[in-house]
Design a protein around this ligand. Structure first.
Ligand SMILES: Nc1nc2c(ncn2[C@@H]2O[C@H](COP(=O)(O)OP(=O)(O)O)[C@@H](O)[C@H]2O)c(=O)[nH]1
Ligand SMILES: [Mg+2]
Length: 424
């Protein structure tokens, strides 16, 4: 009996999830930048385990360790994506099904291009899915729109503005996705340091023409109040946040905060929701209340439309995914998604034959389907395949160029070492 009840409750949960507002967020940032902690803080419960080890490359950047190129390249861990589904409910009982995609090992290797490419392909593959679905004769009523509605990009406060990787990543991903830049670990900065970091990052964003989300231009601004609020939000970017996985009792209230010990006054607890210390609450409101629909609309009406026009006019360099509605995993030009493991990883050895060039099953099962319409569907799939082949060729070319560049770099290092050895 209890198993039937449990099964029913699972079924109910699944049905409820289906009815909620679906919102897809990508959280990107270097290992250790506080992504897991931010996820837990935004969701108000510990969804993922926080606390990661510090990579050798990080230690090198911080002058804590010398860099052995050979060892590093042997130990390179490719970027991968991890997915979590969380259900949130607001005070009015409105549910949000939050699909979170976390980037693991982003910018953890010497060569950053494959990381950016994998994320770009992942985002574009969801656009491809929608485009193909739109062109189907018989739509799949259970089609899931998995397009990323917003990317939270975590930037560590270095006092130097954006790093080269940030610029490259944001420029590329910003073409296909709403970007909110986030200055993480706000509690580690004084007020003036926080201002300085925000100013430097904003200047870099402007100088490099990085397409971050513009609250004023991307919205209708129905009235003066809304316009002012959007202007205020633009002025706040990058949002500074403080994250925590711990709950403390402060004045008989539960507070998610960070604890600082050994102060003369005793322990100090910083409430992550304290608006005088960070923009965390503003970020949460923007995401789940005030701008949730705006992010979704902008994704569909502007970003997807732009991609669609480019793809159909043949100007796109998007990855192409030809889905088989029965399969549990997909692969595209440089990555593959494993639904059972909720993981998306680089796939260097993918060949064109491995790409699923499948005419959707449910095109055939409608007996009234006209022959001409079927032919149109096939033509569309063929067009996609051609683009796909072209993209593979381009990627091979790019990889070859990268290889040559790295070989040259190694040659220079060898030369330098030889010279150094001579003078010893
Ligand atoms: N001071 C401070 N530390 C933080 C903050 N957020 C995360 N951390 C710490 O940074 C480390 C890495 O955090 P984690 O969430 O695992 O980073 P991830 O690797 O990006 O998922 C952990 O020790 C966290 O406690 C923050 O807002 N302030
Ligand atoms: Mg983590």
């Amino acid at each position: 009996m209890s198993s039937i009840l449990a099964a029913n409750s699972d079924f109910r949960k699944k049905k409820q999830l289906k009815r909620s507002i679906v919102f897809n967020i990508l959280i990107a940032g270097k290992p250790g930048s506080g992504r897991s902690t931010l996820i837990n803080s935004l969701c108000g419960r510990n969804i993922v385990q926080g606390g990661t080890s510090y990579s050798k490359l990080d230690k090198f950047y911080n002058n804590e360790e010398t860099l052995d190129l050979e060892e590093i390249s042997k130990n390179e861990i490719p970027v991968s994506l991890r997915h979590e589904i969380v259900e949130l409910e607001d005070d009015n009982g409105i549910k949000i099904q939050l699909n979170l995609t976390d980037t693991l090992n982003l910018n953890n290797n010497l060569n950053s291009q494959p990381d950016i490419q994998l994320i770009n392909n992942f985002i574009t593959s969801h656009f491809d899915d929608v485009l193909l679905e739109e062109n189907r004769l018989k739509r799949n009523p259970r089609f899931k729109d998995s397009r990323i509605h917003v990317c939270l990009y975590l930037i560590e406060p270095t006092g130097h503005g954006l790093r080269e990787f940030d610029i490259e990543f944001l420029k590329k991903i910003g073409e296909r996705c709403n970007i909110l830049p986030i200055l993480c670990k706000g509690d580690t900065l004084t007020e003036s340091e926080l201002k300085l970091n925000k100013r430097l990052i904003t200047e870099d964003i402007k100088y490099h023409k990085i397409p971050i989300y513009d609250f004023v231009s991307n919205n209708n601004n129905e009235d003066d109040e809304e316009y002012e609020y959007n202007e205020y939000l633009n002025g706040l970017l990058p949002f500074s946040v403080i994250g925590s996985n711990d709950i403390y009792q402060v004045n008989n209230e539960e507070v998610r905060g960070r604890k600082y010990e050994h102060f003369a006054e005793g322990n100090i607890i910083i409430d992550i929701e304290d608006a005088t210390k960070s923009d965390f609450v503003t970020l949460r409101n923007v995401l789940f209340i005030s701008h949730l629909n705006d992010f979704k609309e902008y994704t569909h009406e502007i970003l997807y439309e732009k991609y669609r026009t480019e793809t159909l006019s043949g100007n796109s360099n998007s990855s192409v995914h030809l889905p088989n509605t029965n399969q549990k995993s997909f692969s595209n030009t440089s990555g593959s998604y494993n639904e059972s493991k909720h993981e998306y990883t680089n796939n260097e050895n993918l060949s064109i034959e491995e790409s699923p060039t499948v005419i959707p099953d449910n095109v055939d099962d409608n007996k009234d389907t006209s022959y001409l319409a079927k032919e149109e569907q096939i033509r569309l799939e063929e067009e996609k395949l051609k683009q796909f082949e072209l993209r593979i060729q381009n990627e091979l070319l790019l990889k070859r160029q990268e290889l040559l560049k790295r070989e040259e770099e190694l040659r220079q290092i060898e030369k330098r070492l030889e010279l150094e050895a001579q003078y010893k």
